[in-house]
Design a protein around this ligand. Structure first.
Ligand code: PEP
Length: 251
């Protein structure tokens, strides 16, 4: 079985001003440097205006930087958009794509997510592609069908374990305090890996993150669940102590 190093990714969403972001990122960067060898990679994804200052503050640390979205194009007449080239320029190595909030609030389709992922990978970024069913879809027994279609429709041709990460985030668990049971998470992650194997040669090496109300209190159980290769964390990534505790729960 492929060795998959855990990835603990913080999605700050639309939270924090420059001073807050610098304090949080510098705190985490300092802990990572001081900790020496750890069992996880750590990533923060601040809002766009904070990418440059945060990127500069963490350059000499192992803390990675990512965007929360990007355009499918590199430049041009696209008011309000941010290109993957610009993310790279700010020091990013990752970008979150197809988060359920973007799928809901901005009508992003699988095809749009795929186009963004292709552009991001073309610039050397790792695309964290988010998938997940709503509560109604789960109750209707459609969770696997929905997630399978999202994986198939959002994954760029030629993707591999070095260029994509999948984040399984049941929509009903995001920011609600509800988490999927470890058994449900293991079942869905196993299903996603089988779906990936239909499209990729190295599906066994692709990291599949779980996201949805991950906190210090549930992290150790979730992170030791089969086929869980890390976490995409919203609320708890805004507190250095909580986010660090999620990281150090990885064994
Ligand atoms: C997220 O935004 O990706 C997320 C999982 O949020 P939370 O951890 O707050 O549920």
């Amino acid at each position: 079985m492929a060795e998959r190093r855990k990835l603990i990714a913080g999605n700050w969403k639309m939270n924090g001003l420059k001073a807050d972001g610098l304090e949080l990122a510098s705190d985490l960067a300092g802990r990572l440097k001081g900790a020496g060898a750890v069992a996880f990679d750590m990533l923060v994804c601040p809002p766009f205006p904070l990418l440059f200052p945060v990127g500069e503050a963490i350059t000499d640390s192992p803390l990675a930087l990512g965007g929360q979205d990007c355009a499918p194009k590199l430049s041009g007449a696209h008011t309000g958009d941010v290109s993957p080239q610009m993310l790279k320029d700010a020091g990013c190595s990752f970008v979150i794509l197809g988060h359920s909030e973007r799928r809901q609030d901005h009508g992003e389709t699988d095809a749009a997510v795929k186009a963004k992922a292709e552009a991001a990978i073309g610039q050397g970024l790792v695309a964290i592609i988010c998938v997940g069913e709503t509560e109604a879809q789960r109750e209707a027994g459609q969770a696997e069908a929905v997630v399978g279609a999202q994986v198939a429709g959002s994954l760029p041709a030629g993707a591999n374990a070095a260029t994509v990460v999948i984040a399984y985030e049941p929509v009903w668990a995001i920011g609600t305090g509800k988490t999927a049971t470890p058994a449900d998470v293991a079942a869905m992650h196993g299903f996603i890996r089988a779906e990936l194997a239909k499209a990729l040669g190295d599906a066994d090496a692709v990291r599949i993150l779980y996201g949805g109300s991950v906190k210090p209190g549930n992290a150790a159980e979730l992170m030791s669940t089969a086929d869980v290769d890390g976490a995409l964390v919203g609320g708890a990534s805004l507190k250095a102590d909580d986010f660090w505790a999620i990281g150090t729960s990885c064994r």
